[in-house]
Design a binder for this molecule. Structure first.
Ligand code: PEP
Ligand code: MG
Length: 528
């Protein structure tokens, strides 16, 4: 009997799974070379066409979120910058599989060595494309994971996720991976447990494993006692989740009768299609960097996206954050290469450095404001000058729209409290319309522990007294100065952190839609 092995990573999607391990790292079958370069070229063309067809078929049955991811892959597959180097290598005598692998591996290496989480996360998409075409070359059938298995490996392809039947349970455990990957987003919205960042764990373990994606761990070859403890935690999680569903439709109230506002965090405007507005108090954070995707979007695209969310929310508030590019969210052509992106030109710093890009977003927001209850906030504010300069840009663009006779409205302008300088001395911001505490960044900056680094995840806790003291002081200042304070970091949706946040004085949280029910249930258990 192998010894039980307990590994720690980062939770990318909460939940529990017990099942056999399924090795994700098995490579494609061997390719039989062709006689001439012409035949090799034809074989690669046919494989590309077959991979494209397969993706197109998957898109037909995919929901909007999955289709977006697959369309990204399709665009890559049709991009000659990606396929060109492979075709160029064939005339010199290289077989199609080697030419394709070499070209794609070079591309993947570029993404993997990026110091930015967003780009590293896209490496999984390119590996997916590489293997899909290699399998088409060898005409290998897709090998499916058994029902209820824990898919284990270096990383996982988005199409692998979409082709797996999750109805019988199962989960994902990755040595690398990222909480920002496409698969992580899909796993969260479908409730598939997932852990990333397990590090240098065994390459090919097999047998039964226990995945605890509530706390980010996995046990390989578990003992009988470990299985029993695991099952108890897993049933307690399932019971909490079931019980939580009943809270979804009701307003959030503590045991002592205190009402807590619970809003949702969204990124892609299509996310609101899956949320009943009656179950939340509005949108506490709409992240806009994802709209920026591979390049800054034009005014019309932004205006339509903001308007869609505002119309969905009706009278309820929608807080849209101006672009927080940089850090772990790079935008090609906008963000800059830096040795320490979390401490660099990100958020409002970048927007103010690039008014050409920022003014487009400001105009789109001013125009969208007439369609609902819009509030706008600025990310990564460190000093008052940044807020004042951003507010001036809003006033100038409003003047321009008025002069052109375009419908517009000035929304209340607030700031994120996520840089320690603001949390420590909030009195410098007595003129802003509202504060929204970004506990993800506030915690990483207070604890000097990067939010995307599994090795320091134990330090990255909002419940550290230093972080909680700042949250409490900002909340108390807000009460004195009559500035509304909410919190929109992930801690707001974490049942284990909610009691401490309410005790710190917060009465307004904004959480990931998947956490809405659990957050409301956790609030009902608190006595404040
Ligand atoms: C935060 O920092 O807590 C936050 C909500 O912003 P983001 O996670 O987008 O940096
Ligand atoms: Mg932040």
């Amino acid at each position: 009997m192998p010894e039980p092995l307990r590994l720690q990573g980062i939770s990318a999607s909460a939940g529990y799974a017990e099942g056999p391990l399924f090795n994700l790292d098995r490579g494609p079958a061997r390719y039989t070379g062709k006689a001439t370069a012409g035949e090799e070229k034809a074989a690669l063309e046919a494989a590309l066409a077959s991979a494209t067809d397969r993706l197109a078929t998957l898109i037909e049955t995919a929901d909007e979120e999955a289709a977006g991811i697959l369309e990204f892959q399709l665009a890559m597959l049709e991009d000659e910058a990606l396929t060109g180097p492979a075709f160029a290598a064939i005339p010199s005598g290289m077989p199609a599989d080697m030419a394709w692998r070499q070209a794609l591996d070079a591309e993947i290496a570029g993404y993997e060595t990026s110091d930015q989480d967003y780009f590293r996360a896209r490496a999984a998409d390119i590996s997916d494309i590489r293997d899909r075409v290699l399998r088409a070359l060898t005409e290998e059938q897709e090998y499916a994971a058994p029902a209820g298995a824990i898919l284990y490996g270096e990383d996982i392809a988005p199409t692998r996720f979409l082709e797996t039947d999750w109805s019988a349970g199962g989960g994902i455990a990755l040595r690398a991976g990222s909480t920002a990957s496409h698969v992580a987003m899909l796993a969260r919205s479908r409730g598939v447990p997932m852990v990333v960042g397990l590090g240098s764990s065994p390459a090919n373990p097999d047998g039964l494993a226990l995945l605890d994606a509530e706390h980010g761990g996995i046990v390989l070859a578990p003992s009988k006692a470990e299985i029993e403890t695991f099952r108890r935690s897993s049933s307690s999680f399932a019971a909490r989740r079931d019980k939580a569903e009943a809270y979804l439709a009701r307003p959030a109230v503590t045991k002592a009768g205190t009402t807590v506002r619970v809003q949702v965090n969204i990124a892609d405007p299509s996310e609101v299609d899956g949320i009943d507005i009656a179950t939340c108090d509005g949108v506490g954070l709409m992240r806009t960097e994802f709209l920026f995707g591979r390049a800054p979007p034009d005014e019309e695209t932004q205006y339509r996206a903001y308007r869609k969310v505002l119309e969905w929310a009706g009278d309820k508030p929608v807080t849209i954050r101006t672009v927080d590019a940089g850090g772990d969210k790079p935008v090609p052509g906008f963000t800059v290469e830096e040795s320490n992106p979390f401490l660099g030109l990100r958020g409002i710093r970048l927007s103010l450095a690039r008014p050409d890009v920022f003014r487009v977003q400001v105009r789109a927001l001013l125009r969208a404001a007439v369609h609902g209850n819009l509030k706008v906030m600025f990310p990564m504010i460190a000093v008052t000058e940044e807020y004042l300069r951003a507010a001036t840009l809003f006033a100038e663009e409003q003047g321009g729209l008025i002069a052109r006779g375009v419908a517009q409205k000035m929304p209340p302008l607030g700031i994120m409290v996520e840089v320690p300088s603001v949390a420590i001395a909030p009195e410098a911001f007595a003129d802003v319309a509202f504060f929204s505490i970004g506990s993800n960044d506030l915690t990483q900056y207070v604890m000097a522990a990067a939010r995307d680094n599994a090795a320091v995840a134990h330090l990255n806790s909002v419940r550290h007294p230093a972080v909680l003291r700042l949250v409490a002081e900002v909340t108390a200042f807000g009460l004195r100065a009559k500035i509304p304070v909410s919190l929109c970091g992930d801690a707001g949706g974490d049942p284990a952190s909610i009691p401490a946040l309410l005790e710190a004085g917060l009465r307004d949280l904004s959480v990931a839609p998947a956490q809405l029910a659990m957050a409301k249930a956790a609030i009902s258990d608190v006595s404040v």
